[in-house]
Each structure stands twice: as structure tokens, then as C-alpha cells.
Design a protein around this ligand. Structure first.
Ligand SMILES: *Cc1c(COP(=O)(O)O)cnc(C)c1O
Length: 268
């Protein structure tokens, strides 16, 4: 299965229909959770987590109402970007950094990197992605800033925080998040747009919610600091297929959903 051609653009009608059904179910779930928690309709954006999915599958999701995508691996960004950019343009969307190309007739469609980034892969993703959600230490942020400055661009970043404390997870220590966020936001070439976390891998609802609530409190601390470089740090990227409703009730502004749209992954 790791020989799947990620640049493939053609999928059959049944597959396209099942992806569209997935998108509609997730959008309905978002709307219900917004309304249940007294939040304004449209305050939570859906990011389709597209790892292991090919260009045809991703375009089916976009055709069904997805307006933001996120990839985990630089190699997958590289393999799919050309096809996605062209097909998006045909539909009136400017994917990722294509939105900077002075095409005001196109609607921007943000392209995020949501997986861990090795510093030697930064230049592989910067031609395409608008935001890097997985920044969790200052040295990585400094390297991204340097590459962004060399290209004359501003890259959006989210600070990833390991709220669950699970060893397998990336993300900075929650106790260091406020100071680190300020240091990252001060770098030229970057704009700190918010915080990201992956929910605790447990069944206990209270534990999962506690992590999300703490991320929200951290974001509120940043915004209340009065530091001008933190004024754009509004986003809370939290919630996936299994904990999306909790995350929305705890204040999420971006949910990253893969399985509920595309089905189970056949490979990691
Ligand atoms: C895969 C992935 C998701 C989506 O997970 P699902 O459980 O398939 O919805 C979200 N965020 C990150 C960082 C991921 O790697």
C-alpha cells in the first residue's frame, strides 16, 4: 500500500459519493456542536487531514465543501501540490501560497502542515503551505523564520502544545507555552496565529476536555497580554474524528478531521 500513487487524480463515483457523505456528516456535526455550546455558526472551520489520500480523493472533499486542508509529511505535500493547485484553480480556489499570486478572482484555500517538520524539509513545504501547525521549539521556529525571510514571505505558525503529556506526542510543555509563544511571535517572517494540540488518547471525557480547556486558557492569556506580536494568535486547532465535539465545546476554532471524511487509513 505504500506504493499508492498520491498524485492520482481520478476516483470512481462511489468513492467520491462516500467522501462527500463524510464531509456533510462532519459539517453537520460541527454545526450541532456549535449550537449546543452557544457558539456562533461558522466559528469553527473544518480542516481535512489528507495524509495518505490522493489528489482525486482530496478534490472530492473540496467539491463537497472542505475549504482548508492539512498534510503531515513534506513528501506528501510535494507529491500532491501541483495537481491540487491546478485542480483548485479550475474551481476558482487558490490553494495555499497560490493565494499570494495576485489572483484576486480566486478564493484562498489555506494549506497547513500539521505533522512534525524536520528542519531540512522546511524548504520543501514553504513553496506551498500557508501555515505550519507543528512548531514546538524555538530552534525550529528560528529556522522557519530564516527561510521565510530569505523568500520574502510571512509564514503562519501555530505553537503545538502537548497538553496530554503523553510521551509519544510532540508539542511543547504546557508550562512553557506562554513564554515560547512570545519568543516565536517575535521572530520576523513568522506570524503566530494560535495554538494546536492533539487530544489525550484516553476514553475519559473529563481528561480530554481538560487538555482542550487548558489550551484555550493559554490562548486567552496570550491575547490578554497586550503584546502586539501576539494579537493574531487567535486560533485553537484542536479536535479530530473522535474528540471533535468536545473540542468545539471547549472553544476550538479549527478541527482537523481525516477518518470521518475519508474512512479508515489503509496505511500510516
Ligand atoms: C491524522 C491527523 C488528524 C486527523 O485524524 P483522524 O482521527 O483521522 O480524524 C488530525 N491531526 C493530526 C496532526 C493528524 O496527524
Amino acid at each position: 500500500m505504500d506504493h499508492k500513487n498520491l498524485a492520482n487524480e481520478t476516483i470512481d463515483d462511489a468513492r467520491a459519493r462516500s467522501i462527500a457523505d463524510g464531509v456533510h456528516r462532519v459539517l453537520d456535526g460541527i454545526a450541532e456542536a456549535e449550537s449546543r455550546s452557544g457558539r456562533k455558526a461558522g466559528s469553527v472551520r473544518l480542516l481535512a487531514a489528507t495524509k495518505t489520500r490522493d489528489v482525486g480523493e482530496i478534490m472530492a472533499a473540496i467539491d463537497a465543501g472542505v475549504h482548508m486542508i492539512g498534510e503531515n509529511r513534506p513528501q506528501e505535500v510535494d507529491a500532491k501540490a501541483a495537481g491540487l493547485t491546478r485542480l483548485c484553480m479550475e474551481r476558482g480556489y487558490a490553494l495555499g501560497t497560490a493565494a499570494d499570486a495576485q489572483r484576486h478572482d480566486l478564493v484562498p484555500l489555506p494549506f497547513h502542515l500539521i505533522g512534525q517538520l524536520q528542519s531540512n524539509k522546511i524548504n520543501k513545504v514553504l513553496p506551498y503551505v500557508t501555515d505550519i501547525e507543528s512548531v514546538d521549539h524555538l530552534s525550529l521556529a528560528q529556522k522557519i523564520a530564516k527561510r521565510a525571510e530569505a523568500r520574502g514571505i510571512t509564514v503562519g505558525v501555530l505553537l503545538e502544545v502537548n497538553e496530554s503529556g503523553e510521551e509519544s506526542k510532540s508539542g511543547c510543555d504546557p508550562d512553557e507555552a506562554v513564554d515560547l509563544a512570545a519568543d516565536v511571535a517575535a521572530l520576523p517572517g513568522l506570524e503566530l496565529r494560535g495554538l494546536m494540540t492533539i487530544g489525550a488518547h484516553v476514553d475519559d471525557e473529563a481528561t480530554i476536555r481538560r487538555g482542550f480547556a487548558h489550551l484555550r486558557e493559554t490562548r486567552d492569556t496570550l491575547l490578554a497580554s497586550g503584546d502586539a506580536s501576539l494579537a493574531q494568535a487567535r486560533e485553537l486547532s484542536m479536535g479530530m474524528t473522535h474528540d471533535m465535539a468536545y473540542a468545539i465545546e471547549e472553544g476550538s476554532t479549527i478541527v482537523r478531521v481525516g477518518t470521518a471524511i475519508f474512512g479508515e487509513r489503509a496505511f500510516i
